[in-house]
Design a protein around this ligand. Structure first.
Ligand SMILES: [Zn+2]
Length: 66
């Protein structure tokens, strides 16, 4: 079961500037809340999210730089 949107693996939260890996989604990510709030943006590649200034989600990606 995957939540990928339009085949894109990474979901960025425009409010917190964190990126989540939808293939490793954890309950703590609260992806549903991000989408309901309209804060979701999608990336094909992790590098794209990093280039856009997004930090790693703590639960699904780890190695947060904050
Ligand atoms: Zn996450």
């Amino acid at each position: 079961m995957t939540r990928r949107a339009n085949g894109k693996r990474y979901l960025g939260n425009t409010n917190t500037k964190e990126v989540h890996d939808l293939d490793n989604e954890q309950p703590q990510c609260q992806i549903s809340k991000i989408i309901v709030a309209g804060h979701d943006v999608y990336f094909d590649a992790h590098a794209q999210a990093k280039a856009a200034g997004y930090d790693n989600g703590h639960w699904c990606l780890g190695n947060s730089t904050r």
